[in-house]
Design a protein around this ligand. Structure first.
Ligand SMILES: [Zn+2]
Length: 125
């Protein structure tokens, strides 16, 4: 898997479980490597929710896994820039505030968040 062109300040990190900066999200639940921008945004989002646990349904995916779940061909999950969250846990405004630039939502609740390059993109399921 080739890595995407990095955005300013972005790194693709492995084995971050011992780093306090991203202590609430593990490589086991998100897959790796992951974008540092994704991990930063997830930590901001979690803090914004009152430091409640933020379960990850789906993080980085292999091409095969992505195809099996019907993911977009250019899905941000393929490059470690996306996470799917439980429906009803995170409102879209909080995800925008946390710095996500791709947000898929159901009834105003974010279920997919990513840190794609460029301006904010939103869609509904
Ligand atoms: Zn997703």
């Amino acid at each position: 898997m080739t890595r995407p062109v990095r955005q300013p300040g972005e790194k693709f990190v492995m084995n971050w479980q011992n780093r306090a900066r991203w202590e609430h999200f593990s490589p086991a639940e998100l897959g790796q490597p992951c974008s540092s921008l994704l991990l930063d945004a997830l930590e901001r989002l979690r803090a914004g929710l009152g430091a409640q646990p933020l379960p990850i349904i789906s993080g980085r995916r292999t091409k095969r896994h992505n195809a099996e779940v019907g993911g977009a061909i250019d899905s941000q999950h393929l490059v470690g820039r996306a996470a799917d969250l439980p429906v009803g846990l995170v409102v879209v405004d909080a995800a925008i505030f946390a710095g996500f630039t791709g947000i898929g939502d159901v009834d105003g609740f974010a279920v997919h968040v990513d840190v794609r390059p460029g301006p904010l993109v939103r869609w509904t399921y």
